[in-house]
Design a protein around this ligand. Sequence first.
Ligand SMILES: [Mn+2]
Length: 428
Amino acid sequence: MYNNHYKYVSEIINQGLEKANLDGVLIYSGHVNNYFLDDMPYAFACNPHFKWMAPITETPHCIIHYKPNEKAKLYLYQPKDYWHSLAKTPEGEWAENFEIISITCKEDVPDFSGLQNHAWIGQIDSCEFDNLKHNPRTYMDYVHWHRAIKTDYEIENIRQANVLALKGHNAAYQCFKKGYSEFECHMAYMLATKHNEYQLPYGNIVAQNENGAVLHYQHMQRFRQKPENIKSFLIDAGCQVNGYASDITRTHAYDENSEFAKMINAVDSMQIAIGKKAVAGTSYIDLHTQAHLMLSEILSDFDVINCDAPTAHDTGLSNVFLPHGLGHYLGLQVHDIGGHQSDEEGNILSPPELHPFLRLTRTLEENNVLTIEPGIYFIDMLLEKAKASDIGQYINWSRVADFKPYGGIRIEDNIVVKKTKSVNLTRG
Ligand SMILES: [Mn+2]
């Protein structure tokens, strides 16, 4: 699978080079900078262009030198120091596509100053060669556009990242049912997935009760709720396999017979239905709009709003309850790049005015991988604003008061777009 992937990657890079009138590229894995006044570094995150080619995800200071019709050279950073353990020299199928050259220090990096018509792809503060074009736009736009089409190898990695994350989700949910704290649920997730914090594709969101209404809730309460106060659990957490991410959200009610549990089921069914619509040729903006209409139906069925779905959408009322986009591309980055491009030249299709946070505006193509993550939240800040405006009249405030202690609902799966039907990697 990897070899076919490498073939696709090479073709895209070759065409990108041709478009940008370049003879070759140096792709840099990246490095870490230290905190201000400190000798401790930030966590390392590998350049996606680098790990797209080679599944080395935790080694800084590596460089791939790629030229069409030549075997690529991979300069692997293996410093001779006794502070850290060395990156292992890779073996196996994928490594055979590269000539692997060990570099132990800065002086080992070849002198690239004589290279003509080459680009440097990656962080530029470590590139000492003036002759290299830094991240040239034409090349980057071309690659980013085509990187949205995933190979079988990439889809398989994302599938495995789903399988692993679901183990964590299950472990965290079991803890929630026992009344454990947010922090304990988070730790159960980490243990089940065998991930370190720095290996997560993004910081876990582990929220109970009202905290579920904070979209990127970043704390994890250390205390356990009193049993009579436990209401809901929202967990948004993924994993990485070979540098590819999963991004999954589940919401649970503590009382399975509550109105909130019924609302979760309604959002769940709607989420599955909208996921099935992610087929080639569909505009993601349209899907987002359909999701707003379907969620507005649910809000109306549960008596939270008292107008019809088109009114809820057109007046911006549905944005009060769903203030984020339906989803985004997923792959080497949790929010994979290129979602706003309208073509390979890098023209931009901005999100509609009513939905500025939509990260994906493209028309879907076969083998795009994306998330579908509708939600309903009860967010004080937005509700107060709505109350003070015209749309406040459409909201049944007593129902809002009923649901507010539960925070919110988000259900998120990872979907592969196919010609006539989509494949759900999270529920497979
Ligand atoms: Mn997401």
